[in-house]
Design a protein around this ligand. Structure first.
Ligand code: ADP
Ligand code: MG
Length: 681
């Protein structure tokens, strides 16, 4: 191969044409460097070469043999083209078959010495089905070694990738070490260039493990250095100090219609203390659905207003923003605090005058949706920014709240509990307050999986609840019918419920979905809030935050189509009042995997447990809107608490010694790219 360097485009590699360039581009591989960093998902150990006499059914091995006979055949019964070969070595003879790859009969010829790697089966005699194959050579690619299996992607097979990557490994030396030399030495980590070689074509399972350990450490370490740097930068940034005012805190608590839980009191205290500092708070208030986060945020906003500063409360949906505006206004108005609401749908004239009042400080608390973070929204003195359901917002959106000289204090809230390990990594720059207890008097929600046969009985139950004065949510995976057979849509469902299932209640069944006009949504919500409507058929727009204490049944259609965290959120919409509540999960799918997942909801009440289970079952992608970042952690398990706290300790140590990383230019370069991805600057 001609002289290649890591920054050459993939087309510089022999055998990579335009079509493949596009396929590689699809998985983010543009350069030789990217290709070498495109890691296998797993490996198969085909290093051992077994003489034919020694092979046994079930064995996965390489056989080295000579083709004795090879032919293409067509099976009428299965309508399949097959290449079938008889091969032999000094010890014996066996049969090889390749399904749907008849061309192999043309590629291999009697007399060829070949390596065959696959599983031995018993089928008449000993047979190897669909083995990887190649002619015998000094440096085999697909057999007689530990073989890499790359991620399954259309048009990019391991068989194609291996011979492209193997000859590139000699330039892996061009990869510079990015970890501090002292760290590599002290921890006995494999050097980066060696690890890249070993991760593709390992010399042994041990060296593969070492290579993996090295990259796992590297991934978490980079993340931790970036996170700790962000933390240092934040701590160095000025913010308004909000003095702690005990009398004000007491007055707020005394005016509440209920007593705060101990957890709420503790969280509020942590928040008020943070805000006294002249550096911006960055605190996450984490609490299961219904644990009462809103009132804690309201208490913080009350405090900020009493100190003469403004607050904003950002919500992911208009419905939730309206609800928050109502709740916050009723809590804060008695103190003379002016609450405004800004939505995407706020008419231009109203918006203009509202923005003027925000800019001159007459509005103390501004509640709203994404509309709050638009360019022209200027506060006189923003002291606190609260983001509800923070995982619904992108990093960029979260950061855009922080513009200006003085950063506001920053409080984010989530009902999707973050496993501890994740809290340390991607959210590592957050201090966390957890609401560990529920307001008193809550009855646990009974969760059931309802099979298609029990649907009628479930409807009877729903009817009895409505007759008893309660209210019901029905969630559908889609707004409108699609080609996807059998998936229920809200629009069809509402029709069916009105005409077939509950005709006597037709007037009290309402439809709510994201494509409706803002005013219509608000009207439907208010009819549901005041009890006029009894059954609300909806899509996932009710997933977050809505608080209707009289609702006692949450029916989820096509439950298999939602993640556990999301289902737990749905369930959290009920069980908020004094009545016993139920969550009914409907599904037509009955594969064991789905059943296991849904069953976790029946047996687990805690969102924290469910978040861990979701993380184990589905990976971290779906958990916190991290999908776009997920690939940064390819080797590290984000459940590996020991690894994460080790990397964190090392990152802190390094930054204490060398805050600007002046002594680690390679690490600095790598981090620049990393920090861009995570928008940490
Ligand atoms: P979430 O944490 O899911 O956002 P909310 O803030 O919406 O929960 O609170 C859920 C419900 O619990 C609301 O109706 C709220 O008024 C009520 N609530 C909050 N704190 C308490 C408390 N300490 N005692 C009784 N009810 C409470
Ligand atoms: Mg909430």
């Amino acid at each position: 191969m001609p002289r290649l360097s890591l920054d050459d485009p993939v087309t510089a590699i022999t055998g990579v044409d335009k079509a493949y360039r596009e396929r590689l581009d699809h998985v983010g591989v543009k350069t030789v460097r990217d290709l070498l960093l495109y890691f296998p998902r797993r490996h198969e150990d085909f290093a051992a070469v077994t003489p034919i006499v020694g092979v046994q059914p079930g064995m996965r091995t390489t056989v080295r043999a000579e083709i004795y006979h090879i032919e293409k055949i067509f099976t009428r019964r299965k309508h399949m083209q097959i290449a079938r070969a008889t091969v032999s070595d000094e010890s014996g003879t066996m049969t090889i078959v390749w399904f749907n790859q008849p061309y192999i009969a043309k590629q291999l010829h009697p007399g060829d010495q070949v390596l065959l790697a696959g599983t031995i089966e018993l089928n008449g005699g000993l047979v190897m089905k669909n083995p990887d194959y190649e002619r015998v050579s000094r440096d085999p690619t697909h057999a007689a070694r530990i073989v890499p299996i790359y991620p399954e992607t259309r048009g990019l097979t391991s068989r194609w990738l291996r011979p492209k990557i193997l000859p590139l490994l000699w330039i892996a030396d061009q990869f510079e070490e990015i970890l501090p030399a002292e760290l590599v030495k002290r921890k006995g980590l494999m050097a980066r260039s060696a690890a890249i070689r070993q991760v593709h074509f390992p010399g042994s399972m041990e060296s593969l493990d070492q290579a993996r350990d090295r990259f796992a450490f590297e991934e978490v370490f980079l993340n931790q250095v970036a996170v700790q740097q962000a933390k240092r930068a934040r701590k160095a940034h000025p913010a308004n100090s909000i003095p702690f005012d005990e009398a004000a805190a007491r007055a707020f608590v005394a005016a509440l219609p209920f007593k705060l839980t101990n957890a709420q009191r503790r969280a509020a205290w942590q928040i008020l203390t943070d805000m006294t500092r002249p550096q911006p708070m960055n605190r996450l208030l984490e609490g299961d659905v219904g644990s009462g986060k809103t009132v804690v945020a309201a208490m913080a906003m009350h405090h900020v207003a009493q100190a003469g500063f403004q607050s904003m409360l950002l919500a992911p949906t208009e419905i939730l923003a309206r609800q928050h505006a109502d709740v916050v206004e009723s809590l804060l108005r008695p103190f003379g605090i002016v609450v405004g609401m800004l939505l995407g749908s706020t008419p231009a004239a109203g918006r203009r005058s509202l923005l003027a009042s925000v800019a001159d400080g007459t509005v103390h608390v501004l509640v709203g949706t994404h509309a709050l973070i638009e360019e022209d929204v200027r506060f006189e003195q923003l002291g606190l920014a609260v983001i509800d359901e923070q995982h619904r917002f992108g990093v960029e959106q979260r950061l855009s709240v922080r513009q200006g000289e003085l950063w506001p204090h920053f409080l984010s809230m989530t009902a999707t509990p973050i496993p501890r390990t994740l809290g340390l990594t991607l959210f590592g720059d957050l201090d966390i307050s957890v609401l560990t207890e529920m307001p008193p008097g809550r009855l646990p929600v009974t969760t059931r999986l309802v099979s298609p046969d029990d649907r009628r009985a479930a409807y009877d139950f729903v009817r009895s609840q409505v007759i008893g004065g309660r209210q019901v949510f029905v969630i559908c995976p889609l707004i409108q019918e699609s080609d996807k057979l059998g998936v229920r849509s809200a629009i069809e469902e509402v029709e069916k419920l009105r005409t077939e299932v509950f005709p006597e209640l037709a007037e009290r069944i309402e439809l709510l979905h994201g494509r409706m006009k803002s005013a219509d949504k608000a009207a439907v919500m208010s009819r549901f809030q005041n009890g006029q409507a009894a059954i609300l058929v909806s899509t996932s727009v009710v997933e977050v935050g809505i608080d209707i204490p009289n609702a006692t049944v949450m029916m989820v259609e096509g439950a298999d189509r939602f993640g556990l965290a999301q289902l737990h959120q749905f369930r959290g919409r009920v069980g908020r009042g004094v009545h016993e509540s139920f969550c009914l999960l409907f599904t037509d799918v009955d594969d064991p995997e789905t059943m296991r997942r849904l069953h976790a909801l029946v047996t687990h009440k805690s969102g924290f447990d469910l978040a861990e289970i979701d993380l184990q079952l589905r990976g971290m992608g779906d958990l916190h809107g991290l999908r776009q970042h997920g690939h940064e952690f390819r080797m590290a398990s984000l459940l590996d608490a020991a690894l994460i706290s080790d990397a964190q300790a090392e990152a802190v140590r390094l930054l204490e010694r060398d805050p600007t990383l002046a002594g680690e230019p390679a690490l600095r370069r790598q981090l620049a790219a990393y920090r861009r991805v995570y928008a940490l600057d």
